[in-house]
Design a binder for this molecule. Structure first.
Ligand code: ADP
Length: 620
C-alpha cells in the first residue's frame, strides 16, 4: 500500500446517482422500511458469494457460520447491518457505491421524479443500497474484502460526494451504519425492525439477529437468549403440503424483487436421470429488464442448498428469462466452476426438463384461466415467441398456446384453430403485419380477403415477422404474407376463366411503369383491391414491407429494393386518369403512388403538391 493510496479520497457521485439520491432523500414515500430489506439482501448476496468462493478456491478458508447482525443504538441514533460475507476493497467501494452500473435506472429516476414510480421497486434497478438515504443523513460503510490485507471506510451524507479511506477493520465482511434522521426514529425500535425482517426477509438463507444497545445494558438479557429473527429455510426443499400460499408469495417477492402476487407457482421435485427440485414462478407483470439486450434469466442455481450461480444462461432458455425461481440439484459437485456449468450435461438436462414444464404450465393457464392467460400473453407472448425464431425442440409446445389476432374472429386464435376452423384450398396461413390491429384490418391489401371472408392473421409483434418466414410452415400450411408477391386466393372455378386484360388497361399500366420507374419496381393490375385505388406490395423475393420499416428504425443495413405499385383497374380514379391526354396523365399519375403511400401510413415528400393535384383533378 503506497502512502498516496492510503489517503482519504473524496469523490463526486456519478450524475445519475446524485439525481437518484436527491429523489430518495426528499421522498415522502411511506414504504421507507424497504431499506432494511435492501441492505439485508446485499448482505445475503455477499455471504453467498463468499461461500461460493470458499468452495472453489482452496486458499480461502471455509466457514459455515455466515450471519447478518443488525444492531440498534437508540442513544446514538444509529442502526448497523453487519455481515461476514465477501467484503469490499477500495476499488469495489468506488465502483459499487458511487456509480450505477445497470441501465433502466434513468427511467426509474424519471418515474420517481414524476411521482409515478414505486420506491418498492428500487432493488430491481440495482440501486437498493441508496435507499438507506431515505432514513439517514449519513451512511458509513466499513469493510474488508476476503482477499485484501486492509479494511476500508466509505462515508457519505448523500449530498454530492463520498469519501474512501483505509481503516482499521479486521473482520472479513461489511458493516453499514446509518445515522437515522430525526423524523425516522421508529427504525430504532427492535420490535419494528424485527417486524420488517419477518415481512420481507424471512427466507434469506442466513440467520439474521437483531440486538440493541439497551439489551447490552440489560443484565437479564445476554447473548445466549439471542433469537434468530428469520426462518432462513430453503422453502423449495420443504414438503409442498407444509408450505402456505403466503410463504410461496414471500419467497417469490424475495427471489424476484417483485412485490405483487405471482401468477403461477410451479414447485416440483424430479427424480431419475437427474435429481433436482425446482421452485419457479410465472409473474403477473413485466420485469423492467425484459427487453434488456443481455437477456439475463432470473433463476438461481443451488447445489444442496448452497447457492452456486444466478448467472447461468444454460439453465433456462433466454425466451423464458422472465421466470424467477430456484433450481437445486444434488447431481453437481459444489466446486464446479461457472465456465464448466455453461456446458454441462446435468444442467442441459435440467434446462430441457424445466422448459417443458414451464411450457406445460402456460398451456394449463390458457385452458383453465383464459382471462389470466390473456394478460400473461400480452406481457410475455412476444418473448416466448423468440423461442420460435431459434432452433430447438420446443416449437410444437409453444404453438399449443400461442395465440394471434385475426380478421375473421374477435378472439385470438391458435394456429391449430386457423388450419381447422379456417382451412383453405391453397393451404396457406395468410398474415399481414404492422403497428396495430385496427390499421391492419383496414389496409387496402385486406380488401379481397375481407370480401371472401378468408381469415388473415393480424401480426403486431415484430418477433412474428422474423420467425414466420423462417419457419415456412405450420402442419402443411405455408405462412404467406399478403403484402408480398402475387395474391393467389381464387378458387379453381374462378381461375379457369382467367380473362385477358384489355389493351387500354395494359397500355395504361405500361405508361405508369415508365412514368413512376424512379419510385417503384413495377406496376401491376391488382387482384387484391376492391375499394381502394392503389396499394404497395413487396416483390415475392424481397423483404416484407413492415419488416423493412422495423429494420430501418433499428438502423439495420437493409437493401433498398423498390416496391410494386398495384392499381385497381376498375376504380373511378383510375378510370379518370386513363381518360386524360398524355400531358395530363404525366402530371396526375403520381397521385396513385402517393395515395398508396398514404395507405401505408407513410408521409409524402410533398403533401401540398399531392392535395393540389387531387383538387385539380376533381375539377377537370
Ligand atoms: P445491487 O445489490 O442490486 O447490485 P445495490 O445498490 O444494492 O445494488 O448494491 C451495489 C453493489 O454494492 C452490490 O452489487 C455489491 O457489489 C456491493 N455491496 C453492497 N452491499 C454489500 C455488502 N454488504 N457486501 C459486499 N458488497 C456489497
Amino acid at each position: 500500500m503506497t502512502k498516496q493510496q492510503a489517503e482519504k479520497k473524496t469523490v463526486k457521485f456519478e450524475t445519475e446517482v446524485s439525481k437518484l439520491l436527491d429523489i430518495v432523500a426528499n421522498s415522502l414515500y411511506t414504504e421507507k422500511e424497504i431499506f432494511v430489506r435492501e441492505l439485508i439482501s446485499n448482505s445475503s448476496d455477499a455471504c453467498e458469494k463468499l461461500r461460493y468462493v470458499s468452495q472453489t478456491d482452496s486458499k480461502v478458508t471455509k466457514t459455515n457460520k455466515f450471519q447478518i447482525r443488525i444492531h440498534l443504538n437508540e442513544k446514538n441514533k444509529t442502526i448497523s447491518i453487519k455481515d461476514n460475507g465477501i467484503g469490499m476493497d477500495d476499488k469495489d467501494m468506488q465502483s459499487n457505491l458511487g456509480t450505477i452500473a445497470k441501465s433502466g435506472t434513468e427511467e426509474f429516476i424519471k418515474k420517481m421524479g414524476d411521482k409515478k414510480g414505486d420506491i418498492n421497486q428500487i432493488g430491481k434497478f440495482g440501486v437498493g443500497f441508496y435507499s438507506s438515504f431515505m432514513v439517514s443523513d449519513q451512511v458509513v460503510v466499513r469493510s474488508k474484502k476476503y482477499d485484501s490485507s486492509s479494511g476500508y471506510l466509505w462515508t457519505s451524507d448523500g449530498k454530492g460526494t463520498f469519501s474512501i479511506e483505509e481503516t482499521e477493520y479486521n473482520e472479513i465482511g461489511t458493516e453499514i451504519t446509518l445515522s437515522i434522521k430525526k423524523d425516522e426514529k421508529e427504525f430504532l425500535s427492535k420490535y419494528k425492525i424485527e417486524e420488517i425482517i419477518k415481512k420481507y426477509s424471512d427466507f434469506v438463507p442466513f440467520p439474521i439477529f437483531v440486538t440493541s444497545e439497551e439489551d447490552k445494558n440489560d443484565k437479564k438479557k445476554d447473548d445466549k437468549t439471542e433469537e434468530q429473527v428469520n426462518s432462513a429455510e430453503a422453502i423449495w426443499l420443504k414438503d409442498k403440503s407444509k408450505i402456505k400460499k403466503n410463504d410461496y408469495k414471500s419467497f417469490y417477492n424475495q427471489v424476484s424483487n417483485y412485490y405483487d402476487e405471482p401468477l403461477t407457482t410451479i414447485h416440483f421435485k424430479a427424480e431419475g436421470v437427474v435429481n433436482y427440485t425446482a421452485l419457479l414462478y410465472l409473474p403477473k407483470s413485466q420485469p423492467q429488464d425484459l427487453y434488456h439486450p443481455d437477456r439475463k434469466n432470473k433463476l438461481k442455481l443451488y447445489v444442496n442448498k448452497v447457492f452456486i450461480s444466478d448467472k447461468l444462461d444454460a439453465l433456462i432458455p433466454a425466451w423464458l428469462r422472465f421466470v424467477p425461481g430456484v433450481v437445486d440439484t444434488e447431481d453437481l459437485s459444489l466446486n464446479i466452476s461457472r465456465e464448466i456449468l455453461q456446458n454441462n450435461a446435468v444442467i442441459n438436462k435440467i434446462s430441457t426438463a424445466i422448459t417443458k414444464r414451464v411450457l406445460k404450465e402456460i398451456l394449463e393457464l390458457k385452458k383453465k384461466k383464459p382471462d389470466e392467460f390473456k394478460d400473461f400473453w400480452k406481457n410475455f407472448g412476444p418473448v416466448v415467441k423468440e423461442g420460435l425464431y431459434e432452433f430447438n425442440d420446443f416449437h410444437d409446445q409453444i404453438f399449443e398456446f400461442s395465440t394471434f389476432n385475426c380478421s375473421e374472429k374477435e378472439e385470438m386464435i391458435t394456429l391449430d384453430q386457423y388450419v381447422t376452423d379456417f382451412s383453405n384450398e391453397k393451404k396457406k396461413i395468410y398474415y399481414i403485419s404492422g403497428e396495430n390491429k385496427e390499421n391492419l384490418i383496414n389496409s387496402p391489401q385486406m380488401e379481397l380477403f375481407k370480401n371472401k371472408k378468408i381469415n388473415v392473421l393480424l401480426i403486431t409483434d415484430p418477433v412474428d415477422e422474423f420467425w414466420m418466414p423462417m419457419k415456412m410452415k405450420f402442419k402443411d400450411y405455408e405462412f404467406t404474407s399478403i403484402t408480398k408477391g402475387e395474391v393467389d386466393i381464387e378458387d379453381k372455378k374462378e381461375s379457369k376463366k382467367d380473362k385477358q386484360e384489355p389493351k387500354e388497361d395494359k397500355d395504361f399500366v405500361g405508361f405508369l411503369k415508365d412514368n413512376l420507374k424512379d419510385k417503384v419496381k413495377d406496376v401491376k393490375i391488382s387482384k387484391r383491391l376492391t375499394t381502394s385505388a392503389s396499394c404497395l406490395v413487396a416483390d415475392e423475393n424481397d423483404m416484407d414491407m413492415h419488416l423493412k420499416k422495423l429494420m430501418a428504425a433499428n438502423n439495420q443495413n437493409i437493401s433498398d429494393e423498390k416496391r410494386i405499385l398495384e392499381i385497381n383497374i376498375n376504380h373511378e380514379l383510375v378510370n379518370k386518369l386513363k381518360s386524360l391526354d398524355k400531358n395530363q396523365k404525366d402530371k396526375f399519375c403520381e397521385i396513385l403512388y402517393d395515395h398508396a403511400k398514404l395507405m401505408e401510413g407513410e408521409s409524402l415528400d410533398d403533401p401540398k403538391k399531392y392535395t393540389n393535384l387531387v383538387s385539380e383533378l376533381v375539377s377537370l
